[in-house]
Structure formats: structure tokens, C-alpha cells
Design a binder for this molecule. Structure first.
Ligand code: NDP
Length: 480
């Protein structure tokens, strides 16, 4: 069985022990054993990043452009092979997985360009004779803690800007899906990243993650994952004086108004709620539907759900892959049971038989729900959506905003007035009109409000707000 090592200070090193990476479509398929780093090894990775920062932070933008551009080209050239690995370890369909790898390649290309575009400002001083310069500098050592649902895209959208702006990185992928990050780090190393600029420490959140978060030598943490872990990380970052950025899920509303194009609304909801097995923080999990279209909408959703093919992620005809593991499957099923116990009616949601041992769950649509029910308050993170019937647009907007989360929000309507009002008044970081709440571009900001996100936005040019720090310099003539 192949053993995959950690990457520390430019060298591949064994861990204390290792963990198997298991295919959720076929649990007899073990992708490999991935080293688990100890706290000491994590400290070594941090120290090598700190040491590399001295020169990398002063490197020419052309060097960083060339590195990231080369990484992007390699990812794109290998996207089918890397996509297959991703589908094997996470369980999203082959098409989704290849698409995600392609996205990672595009992200590296984008941030290659960003390395060249870090400008500054020269501002006249309010005091006579002085000039003010505002410039950006890298932060230092960045700890990146990533989740399992986007095994290469999320690490890419954190690693690429960190390196582009001259920082050094210690990345800790989710234990469930270390394979894609392992390949990504190898690509970055082979593209010529100097030793210590990128370090990979795989292993447990409670060991590796906590060491990163508590270390006084880590300048910033960028985290994506659950609310509970995010809040614990935030408290430790405050205690150790670190900059931090958190992306933590959603309970994203999709409003469907009476005047919506039914086919458009159903496709947006099927995609937003169930593609990628519903395991997206931007998934549409609350479908808020006005009464004039409600029954037709539910009927059309159920008909469309019957046609979805659930199965092995590597089978090209599969439209919905397995749930990521047994623990998540149990969580999904508990939420479905709870929704029934609280008065909801469930369509779908049963286990799906398969030729291989895996975690196959039919998408579930829960109707007859109210905003106060648990299914409408907490993130399930599976192929489970609920329908809330409302009387009109105003009630729909109020229900959409009645959530501790605020990541993505959608509306399906033919009314420009309602779409414009919704865009302005919905409490979300991203708004979608007549398109799914999930599925975003890579050159514009990604992130939310309320309990979904904390800190500057990720992706696009806005990423520099997190990965750089601003310096203001005052220059008086005569002495310079
Ligand atoms: P976690 O938040 O526990 O994990 C996310 C990352 O944080 C992983 O790399 C994890 O490591 C790491 N981590 C865990 N504990 C600590 C810690 N104490 N200090 C530092 N890092 C830590 O999410 P899970 O993977 O356990 O998923 C649980 C739920 O979270 C899901 O059911 C879903 O609701 C939500 N989730 C949301 C995501 C989003 O995009 N918003 C993505 C993934 C999950 P390790 O894997 O080794 O535990």
C-alpha cells in the first residue's frame, strides 16, 4: 500500500503514524496511507516556513508569477487524472471533480497575475512638505486549515494568494481527503518553490490544527469548516494575537416566487440543493416558495428527483455521488428523522443499494416545514433540502433573513423589482438571481455575513486584504 509523507522544509518526511484514505463510493478501495504529523513535526514545518519567509517575502514578483503560472499549467494539464483522484477520495462525481481541479488551475493562473499587480498609493500629506506612501507587505507564516468538501479548490484558493503576495504556508488538509492536497503540494514543490515556502502537515485537527493555531510563530490562520471548530479557532487566534479568516457554512435560502419560470426554478434548486451531494457551504437548503406556485414546484421537484442517478462517483452516468463518510451519512439521516419528528413530510432520503459498499443516500425533500424547525436552523451538509410555504415576497424575504447564517441567497422570479429589492435587502454575502445558490466565479469575492464568515473575503483581488498588511510611510524632503 502506498505511503504518502508530509512535506516539511523541502523534504518528504514520515509521520508518527498514518491514516487510510478510503473511497466513499467503494470502501474496499483504499487510495493510500497518509502520514499523520506530530505536534513537533508541525512546529518544524512552522519553523521552516519562518526561515523561508526571509527571502521569499523579498522575492521578485516575476519569480512568484512564474511559480504560480507553472503550477496552474500543470494542474490544468493533469486535470482528468487529478479529478479521478478527487472523485475517489471525496465522492463527488467525476465531472464535478474534474471541474473542481480545473478551477484550482484557474485560481493559480489568476493569482500568478495578482503577484504582478500589487500596487500602492502615493498620497499628498495634509501637512506641508510631506508625502505619504501606502504599500502592502506579506504577513509572514500562514496556517491554512481546510475542509473535506472541496479537496483541491479550497486549498488552492488559500495557498495561491498566500504565495502570490510573498507569504510562506503550512497547510493542514482535512483527514478525510489528504490526497488532492498532497498532489498539489508536490506540484508546487516540483515547480520550484524554495524549501520551506510550502509545507504540508497532514493529520488530526486536534494535533496539527491546534498546534498551528496556538503557535506564536504563525502570523495568520485561514480556516474553512464547521461553526464549532471555527469559533474555537477564533478564540485561540485572539489569545495569540493572530489575524484570522473563517468560512463556516450556511443555511442558504432560495426564494421561488409565483411568477418564476418553473423549469428554471426547479433546475436551480436541484443543482443548488443536491449536486455535489449537497455537501457545499453554498447549498440551497431552505426553499422558500410562495403559495401560488408551491404545489406545482414540489411536484416538479419530486419528478426531477426521481430521475437523478445516484451511485459510484467514478461511473460517468452518476449525477449524485455518495456522502463523504459514515459519520456524515449518520448526521444526514438524523436530520431527516428529526424533520419528520418535528412535523415535516419527507420525499426520498433513503439509502440507495449499490454494487459496491459505499455511503449512498437518495436526495431528500422535506415539505410542510416552518422556519423554527431544526431542519431550517442548522446546517445538515448533505443532500437534504426543506420547503417553507409563504404567502408573498415580503414574507419570503423575512424568512430568508431569519437565520444565524448569511452566506449565499437566491431568488427565482420574473420581476426585476423583486429581484432588485431582494439583492439589496437579503442578508448574505452572495446573491443569485434565477440561478443556483452554489457555483461561483474565482475572480470575485467569496464569503458571507453573520455566522457564516469572519474576516476579509476570500478569492479575487479582495484576497489581498487578508494575505497582506498595509504600511503607511511619511517622507519629509531634505533628510532623504
Ligand atoms: P471541522 O470544522 O471539524 O473540520 C474542518 C477542518 O478543521 C479540518 O481540517 C479539521 O481537521 C480541522 N480541525 C478540526 N478540529 C480542529 C481544531 N481543534 N483546531 C484546528 N483545526 C481543527 O469539520 P468536519 O470535517 O468535522 O465536518 C463537520 C461539519 O462541518 C459538517 O458536517 C458540516 O456541517 C461542516 N462543514 C462545513 C464546511 C464548509 O465549507 N463550511 C466544510 C466541511 C464541513 P480534521 O479533518 O483532521 O478533523
Amino acid at each position: 500500500m502506498t505511503q504518502f509523507k508530509n512535506f516539511i522544509g523541502g523534504k518528504w518526511v514520515d509521520g508518527n503514524d498514518s491514516a487510510p484514505n478510503v473511497n466513499p463510493s467503494d470502501t474496499s478501495d483504499v487510495i493510500g496511507h497518509f502520514a499523520r504529523a506530530s505536534a513537533d513535526q508541525t512546529q518544524k514545518a512552522i519553523a521552516s516556513a519562518r526561515s523561508a519567509f526571509r527571502t521569499w517575502s523579498l522575492s521578485a514578483p516575476q519569480q512568484r508569477f512564474d511559480l504560480l503560472d507553472q503550477v496552474g499549467s500543470t494542474i490544468l494539464a493533469r486535470k482528468n487524472e487529478l479529478g479521478k483522484l478527487l472523485a475517489r477520495e471525496e465522492g463527488k462525481t467525476l465531472a464535478e471533480a474534474v471541474g473542481e481541479v480545473g478551477r484550482a488551475g484557474q485560481i493559480f493562473k489568476f493569482f500568478a497575475g495578482e503577484a504582478l499587480r500589487v500596487g500602492g498609493e502615493i498620497v499628498p500629506s495634509v501637512r506641508p512638505g510631506l508625502t505619504v506612501e501606502v504599500t502592502r507587505e506579506p504577513l509572514g507564516v500562514i496556517g491554512l486549515i481546510t475542509p473535506w468538501n472541496f479537496p483541491i479548490a479550497i486549498p488552492a484558493w488559500k495557498i495561491a494568494p498566500a504565495l502570490a503576495y510573498g507569504n510562506c504556508v503550512v497547510v493542514k488538509p482535512a483527514e478525510l481527503v489528504p490526497g488532492s492536497v498532497w498532489e498539489l503540494v508536490k506540484i508546487i514543490a516540483e515547480a520550484g518553490a524554495p524549501a520551506g515556502v510550502i509545507n504540508l502537515v497532514m493529520g488530526k485537527g486536534s494535533v496539527v490544527g491546534e498546534t498551528l493555531v496556538k503557535s506564536a510563530d504563525v502570523d495568520a490562520i485561514s480556516f474553512t469548516g464547521s461553526v464549532g471548530t471555527g469559533q474555537a479557532i477564533a478564540a485561540q487566534c485572539v489569545a495569540t494575537g493572530k489575524k484570522f479568516q473563517l468560512e463556516m457554512g450556511g443555511k442558504n435560502p432560495m426564494v421561488v416566487l409565483d411568477d418564476a419560470d418553473l423549469d428554471v426554478a426547479v433546475e436551480a434548486c436541484i443543482n443548488g440543493a443536491f449536486y455535489s451531494t449537497g455537501q457545499r457551504c453554498t447549498a440551497s437548503s431552505r426553499l422558500i416558495v410562495t403559495s401560488g406556485i408551491h404545489d406545482r414546484f414540489v411536484e416538479a421537484m419530486q419528478a426531477r428527483m426521481r430521475s437523478l442517478k445516484i451511485g459510484n462517483a467514478l461511473d460517468e452516468s452518476t449525477q449524485i455521488g455518495p456522502v463523504v463518510d459514515a459519520k456524515q451519512l449518520g448526521q444526514d439521516e438524523r436530520y431527516i428523522e428529526l424533520a419528520c419528528a418535528e412535523g415535516g413530510s419527507v420525499f426520498g432520503g433513503g439509502r440507495v443499494p449499490s454494487a459496491t459498499e459505499g455511503f449512498f443516500l437518495a436526495p431528500a425533500l422535506v415539505t410542510n416545514t416552518t422556519p423554527a424547525m431544526t431542519i431550517n436552523r442548522e446546517e445538515v451538509f448533505g443532500p437534504v433540502a426543506s420547503v417553507i410555504r409563504v404567502t408573498d415576497y415580503n414574507e419570503a424575504l423575512a424568512v430568508a433573513n431569519d437565520s444565524p447564517f448569511g452566506l449565499s441567497a437566491g431568488i427565482c422570479t420574473a420581476s426585476l423589482a423583486h429581484a432588485s429589492h431582494f439583492k439589496r435587502h437579503v442578508q448574505a454575502g452572495m446573491v443569485m438571481v434565477n440561478t443556483a445558490t452554489a457555483g461561483v466565479d474565482y475572480h470575485v469575492p467569496f464569503g458571507g455575513r453573520k455566522g457564516s464568515s469572519y474576516g476579509p473575503r476570500e478569492q479575487g483581488t479582495h484576497a489581498r486584504e487578508f494575505y497582506t498588511t498595509v504600511k503607511t510611510t511619511y517622507i519629509a524632503p531634505g533628510n532623504v
